[in-house]
Design a protein around this ligand. Structure first.
Ligand SMILES: *Cc1c(COP(=O)(O)O)cnc(C)c1O
Length: 562
C-alpha cells in the first residue's frame, strides 16, 4: 500500500495559514536589540527567574536539537507538546475529520485515546487485545475501514504493562494507509527497544514519548512526537504558539544533560518492580501478577473493589482497573520508593486479619508517627555517578551495587546493623582503581545522613559501640555538626578483600567530613578481614544509636543548635 499523507489532511487545515508570532520574525538572539514587539513586561517581577517576562524564543529549538542528538534523528522530525496529551489530541485534529473519520484503539489501554477521540467527534473503533494482551494482526486488518485514519498502540501498554512484538507493528504499518501512533511513555522501563529506528522506513509511524515518567518531570508537561518531517510540519502549523513554557523546556534540557542519573533511576525502579512483583504474589486475594515492562504492576485479585477500598482506608492509593475490558479483578500499582512500597505491602498483608473492608481505622491517625527520615541523593563527577536512597528509620532493607564485592559487603553491614534502608548504585571508574568509588560513596552517604537528620531535634546525638566478636572495634560518634576523625586502626595486610587497606580509613574520613560528625575508631584483632567487618558493624550500631529519636523533640545541645 502507498501512504499519502496529504490525503489525510482535512481540507480546512491544508488551506489554513498558521499564526505568526512576534517572536517568529526575530526569534533568536537578543543581543544588540530591544524588543518592543510582543507586549511583554520589559523586566521580570522581583523574585522571578530571568527572562520569564519574555515569550519563549529559541528554547524549543534547543531542546529539539538535544533530543535529535540523543535519539539519533533530525530536529525537523520532532514535535514538542504540552504533555503527550496535547500530542494525542493534536494528531487527531490534524489527520481526521470530525464527524466523519475513525480512530482505532486496542483496549484495555490508556483511556486518553478514546476521550480525545470523543472530544474531537471521531468514532472509536475498539479492537480488544487477545489473550496475553497482544494486538491481533488479523483482527486489526479486518476492522480497518476506509475511514480509519489513526491507530493508537501503547508500547508498553497501560494498564497491562506488556510490550507488543515489533514485527506485528511493522506488519500493520506496511498494510495500513493511516498513521500508527506508538505511545512509548514507558519505554525506558522496558527491556524492549523503542520503535524510533522504524521511522526511517515507515512514513506513517509516529512515536510518542514523554518527560513525565522515567525523566520524572510529570509536573513540567512535556511530550515529544517523532515522525516524518511532513507530519511534524502539519502538527506545528496546527499547534498554538508557545505551547510549552520556558521553565519546562529548561528542565527537560537539564534532564537530558543528566542522562546517567535517569538511567540509574530507571534501573532502580525496574529492580524494585521485580522484587515487588514477587512479594505481591504472596499477598491476600492475589491471583496473578502480570509481567511488567513498565513502572507499574497489573495485579489480578479475587476482589479488586474491596481491596482497593481497604488500601485507600490505610492511606495507600492505587488504581482500580476492575472495569476495564479483560481486567476484571485488576488493580494497577505504581512502583514507589522503597518505603512507600513497604507501606503498601504492610497494609496489604494485614488484609482480612483486621476485618477487611469493615476496618475503617486509618493507621496514620490516632497514634502520632514520627516522620520517616528519607533522602535520595545523586552525586555525579567525572569519575563516579552515585545514586543513593537512604531511610534512617528503615528496617535494614538493602541493595548495593558498587562493583566492588567486599565494599558491597561492608555497606550491607551498615544497613543491616544500623537498621537503615540503603540503596546504592555506584558507576565508577573501577578500571583505574576503587579509590574514587569508595571515597565518593562515603561522601554521598555522609551527605545523605546529614540531610536525613534534618534539624536534629530529638536525636540522641551520641553513640558508642562495644567490643564485638573475637576482634574488637570501638566506634564513638557525635552527630554534633563538626567533622573530626580519629582513626586508630592498623592493618597487617596491604589489601583486604579486593580493597587497599588504606582506603577504609579514607572512607570514614570522607564520611565524617560530609556528615559533619566526630568519629573515633579503634580496632584490634588477629584477622584484618574480621577487624574491618567489626568496624563497619560497630559503626552501624553507633550510627543507629546516635540517629535514633526520643519523643522529647529537644535539641540535644546546650547551644540550642547543631
Ligand atoms: C502517563 C502516560 C502518558 C504521559 O502523558 P503526558 O501528557 O506526557 O504526561 C502518555 N501515555 C500513556 C499511555 C501514559 O500512561
Amino acid at each position: 500500500m502507498t501512504f499519502n499523507l496529504q490525503s489525510l489532511v482535512p481540507r480546512h487545515i491544508a488551506r489554513m495559514k498558521p499564526y505568526t508570532s512576534a517572536r517568529d520574525d526575530f526569534g533568536g538572539s537578543r543581543e544588540n536589540r530591544v524588543f518592543l514587539d510582543a507586549n511583554e513586561l520589559p523586566d521580570p517581577l522581583v523574585g522571578m527567574p530571568p527572562n520569564i517576562n519574555r515569550y519563549p524564543g529559541n528554547e524549543p529549538a534547543m531542546l529539539k536539537e538535544k533530543l535529535a542528538a540523543v535519539k539519533n534523528t533530525d530536529p525537523a522530525q520532532i514535535f514538542l507538546g504540552n504533555g503527550s496529551d496535547e500530542i494525542i489530541d493534536l494528531v487527531m485534529r490534524c489527520f481526521a475529520r470530525p464527524g466523519k473519520d475513525q480512530v482505532m484503539i486496542f483496549p484495555p489501554t490508556f483511556g486518553m485515546y478514546a476521550v480525545r477521540a470523543e472530544a474531537n467527534n471521531l468514532e472509536v473503533q475498539a479492537v480488544g487485545l487477545d489473550e496475553g494482551f497482544f494486538v491481533s494482526h488479523e483482527k486489526t486488518m479486518q476492522a480497518i475501514t476506509p475511514k480509519t485514519r489513526l491507530m493508537f498502540i501503547c508500547h508498553p501498554n497501560n494498564p497491562t504493562a506488556n510490550t507488543q512484538p515489533a514485527e506485528v507493528i511493522t506488519r500493520i504499518l506496511e498494510s495500513f494507509n493511516g498513521i500508527v501512533v506508538a505511545d512509548e511513555a514507558y519505554i525506558d522501563f522496558s527491556p524492549e527497544k523503542s520503535l524510533l529506528p522504524l521511522l526511517a522506513r515507515h512514513p506513517n509511524l509516529m512515536v510518542v514519548q514523554t518527560f513525565s515518567k522515567a525523566f520524572g518531570l510529570a509536573g513540567a508537561r512535556i511530550g515529544v512526537a517523532y515522525a516524518s518531517e511532513e507530519i511534524i510540519a502539519t502538527m506545528d502549523k496546527m499547534r498554538c504558539p508557545y505551547n510549552l513554557g520556558t521553565p519546562s523546556i529548561e528542565l527537560a534540557v537539564k534532564a537530558l544533560d543528566n542522562h546517567a542519573s535517569y538511567r540509574l533511576s530507571a534501573l532502580r525502579i525496574t529492580r524494585m518492580r521485580d522484587k515487588m512483583a514477587q512479594e505481591i504474589a504472596d499477598m491476600p486475594l492475589v491471583e496473578k501478577v502480570y509481567p511488567s515492562d513498565a513502572n507499574f504492576l497489573l495485579v489480578k485479585t479475587s476482589d479488586a473493589n474491596s481491596l482497593y477500598h481497604y488500601l485507600a482506608n490505610k492511606g495507600v492509593i492505587v488504581r482500580n482497573r476492575n472495569h476495564e475490558p479483560g481486567c476484571a479483578g485488576c488493580l494497577r500499582i505504581t512502583v514507589g520508593t522503597a518505603s512507600e512500597n513497604r507501606r503498601l505491602l504492610d497494609a496489604w498483608k494485614k488484609y482480612g486479619s483486621s476485618g477487611g473492608e469493615q476496618d475503617k481505622t486509618c493507621d496514620a491517625a490516632g497514634e502520632e508517627q514520627l516522620k520517616e527520615r528519607r533522602v535520595m541523593k545523586r552525586r555525579s563527577t567525572s569519575e563516579t555517578d552515585i545514586s543513593l536512597e537512604l531511610n534512617l528509620d528503615g528496617t535494614g532493607d538493602v541493595h548495593i551495587e558498587s562493583g566492588i564485592g567486599f565494599f558491597d559487603h561492608m555497606l550491607h553491614q551498615i544497613a543491616k546493623h544500623g537498621m537503615i534502608d540503603l540503596d546504592i548504585i555506584v558507576k565508577g571508574d573501577l578500571e583505574t582503581d576503587p579509590h574514587h568509588s569508595i571515597e565518593d560513596t562515603a561522601i554521598t552517604l555522609g551527605m545523605a545522613v546529614l540531610e536525613a537528620l534534618g534539624n536534629k531535634k530529638g536525636i540522641e546525638r551520641y553513640g558508642f559501640a562495644l567490643p564485638m566478636d573475637e576482634s574488637s572495634a570501638h566506634v564513638l560518634l557525635d552527630l554534633g555538626g563538626r567533622s573530626y576523625l580519629k582513626w586508630d586502626v592498623v592493618f597487617d595486610s596491604s589489601h583486604i578483600g579486593d580493597i587497599p587497606a588504606s582506603l577504609f580509613g579514607h572512607f570514614f574520613r570522607s564520611f565524617t567530613e560530609a556528615a559533619k560528625c566526630n568519629l573515633h575508631v579503634t580496632a584490634t584483632g588477629e584477622d584484618d578481614h574480621h577487624k574491618v567487618e567489626a568496624i563497619f558493624k560497630a559503626f552501624a550500631r553507633t550510627l543507629r544509636m546516635a540517629a535514633s529519636r526520643n519523643r522529647s523533640g529537644i535539641m540535644p545541645s546546650t547551644k540550642g543548635v547543631l
